[in-house]
Design a binder for this molecule. Structure first.
Ligand SMILES: [Zn+2]
Length: 542
């Protein structure tokens, strides 16, 4: 049988166990048929075969973003005002202006919502206060969420509508920012305190979820992502399934389902494995602590620029134990957000107990982010066979604001790709989009160079090679989602998910990895994205 598609005349970085770099690859239907020399692969060319001359370009396995919030982001950006630097916001005045414009077209009393705010990218270098947000409107409740989530700001009207005053105590797992002298609320809202301010936040419509999901997954394809491992609640899962049933998913989707839905899943008997090669349920998502970019991760050593502050836990040990036991004892596999070493340590303690109490043959429980570690924690992660997936783009994209908070020594133990690989742990990487931009090449660039956007070295001892970084986004990510026999490498019999990069990523100077254009993305043997030649060259600079 002849091939449907052949890519030849370049470098095919297969990521197979032998580390083969081939000249050509043939695809038949949705599978890789042959990999090898141009001569051997071209034997499969027939009259109906599309043969693409790579002209020296590189083919790599399709990138897998192993933790993100793509679908909810695609939907939410239809509802929220974008306050990111990329959207042209550079100051608090810009934020106020954007929110005021939205308020003017919004009926009085209805929410005005902003997202992707990033204090480190504002001229003032801080978040707006509630009084500054009042300048946008006092007739509308206003809520602004930050790029990393976990921290929010509201205007006076939002607190009033919710009946929250300076007398309101902080809830478990959350906190309101207050004036240190008067105790007056200053606008900042941490973690679960958000539920008090807006228990009924407006949600995108099903149509917005569907359109948002389709749009953002297509954008992922343009970046070379062929599979996202997304975090979903009910509306996101419904949208993904609808697209799946329409045959309209541009790329593959794996999901961790929010643990709040566990009672429903248990009732239905739905657990890991339900789905197909396009869309599959992989685990349950649970939260332990705050965010790295918001500098609220629960750590054992204080934040250097906030003496006495050790971050925020989003749960209690008892609640975490009880929730995870309920799920794990029923055979569920868990993916837990744990950023700081205090949170990771608690997670490991709980999993040590649960894994011995309720043994599963191949549990592959994940530690999402698993950012701040030390040699002892790495050893425990190895022993418990917990799978860490780390932020790819952060050392570059958020690096400059992390240095003063975490300090140079601790940054040598953060996003610890080198430590995990050296310990033989199959670590993967992710964007956590919208918490960072989603191009995998930005993640690879960041993990290889460990330089901030401002050019400062950040934890250089954790640098990894280009091939290792590709491994985090392919082979290891596939393993974490139980797809190691189908995805992650370019080998005969595997699903034909591949990316053509313009240039040779293995010999491009490391500092230029970010600039490498994605020329073509192939999913299931089909070309789902092809870059138009001519301008613009390279991904948008961020
Ligand atoms: Zn996340």
């Amino acid at each position: 049988m002849k091939a449907d598609l052949i890519l030849t005349g370049g470098k095919v970085v297969t990521m197979d166990p032998a580390g083969t770099v081939a000249e050509a690859v043939a695809v038949r239907r949705n599978l890789v048929e042959r990999v090898g020399s141009a001569e051997s692969v071209l034997e499969l060319a027939g009259p109906h075969t599309r043969v693409i001359d790579l002209g020296g370009r590189t083919v790599v396995p399709g990138f897998i973003d192993s933790h993100s919030h793509m679908i909810s982001t695609g939907a939410r950006r239809r509802l929220y005002v974008d306050l990111s630097e990329e959207a042209g916001v550079h100051s608090i005045a810009d934020i106020v202006k954007r929110l005021r414009e939205r308020a003017e077209g919004t009926p009085r009393g209805e929410w005005v919502l902003g997202y992707q705010e990033d204090d480190s990218k504002l001229e003032e270098g801080r978040h707006p206060t509630r009084w500054e947000l009042d300048q946008a409107s006092t007739q509308h409740p206003i809520l602004v969420s930050t790029v990393g989530g976990h921290f929010y700001m509201a205007n006076t009207r939002a607190f009033q509508d919710a009946g929250i005053t300076k007398e309101t105590p902080d809830p478990v797992g959350g906190r309101f920012d207050r004036d240190p002298e008067t105790g007056e609320l200053t606008g900042g809202i941490h973690e679960k305190a958000l539920d008090l301010v807006c228990p009924n936040l407006p949600q995108p419509t099903p149509r917005q979820y569907l359109e948002g999901a389709r749009e953002i997954l297509q954008e992922c394809a343009q970046m070379g992502i062929t599979c996202v491992y997304d975090t979903v609640g009910a509306p996101e899962l419904r949208a993904a399934l609808e697209l799946r049933n329409q045959g309209a998913l541009p790329i593959r989707v794996r999901v961790d389902i929010n643990i709040e839905l566990f009672p429903h899943l248990r009732e239905l008997g739905i657990k890991r494995g339900l789905g197909d090669d396009w869309l599959r349920i992989c685990g349950l998502k649970f939260f332990f602590d705050g965010a790295i970019s918001a500098r609220t991760a629960a750590v054992t050593e204080e934040y250097l620029n906030k003496p006495g502050f050790y971050g925020v836990m989003a749960t209690t040990p008892e609640l975490a134990r009880e929730t995870l036991e309920a799920a794990y004892s029923q055979g569920y596999r868990v993916s837990c957000h744990a950023n700081g070493d205090a949170a990771i340590s608690l997670y490991l303690d709980i999993m040590e107990e649960l894994q011995s109490q309720y043994p599963q043959s191949d549990p592959r429980n994940r530690a999402i982010h698993c950012t701040v570690v030390n040699p002892h924690l790495v050893q425990r992660i190895k022993e418990l066979q917990i799978l860490p997936t780390i932020f790819g783009p952060y050392p570059y994209y958020h690096g400059d604001k992390l240095l003063p908070a975490f300090g140079e020594e601790r940054l040598e133990r953060m996003f610890a790709a080198r430590s995990f690989l050296d310990a033989g742990i199959p670590v993967a990487a992710h964007s956590d989009h919208p918490c960072a931009p989603n191009p995998p090449l930005m993640g690879i660039h960041a993990l290889v160079n460990r330089l901030t956007r401002g050019g400062k070295p950040i934890g250089q001892s954790q640098r990894i090679t280009v091939l290792e970084a590709i491994r985090l986004y392919t082979v290891n990510a596939a393993y974490q989602q139980f797809d190691e026999n189908k995805l992650g490498s370019i080998e005969p019999g595997k699903l034909a998910d591949m990316v053509v990069l313009d240039g040779d990523i293995l010999s491009t100077p490391a500092k230029e990895i970010l600039e490498i254009p994605v020329d073509m993305t192939i999913v299931d043997g089909r070309i789902v994205y092809e870059r138009k030649k001519d301008p613009p060259r390279g991904p948008p600079r961020v």
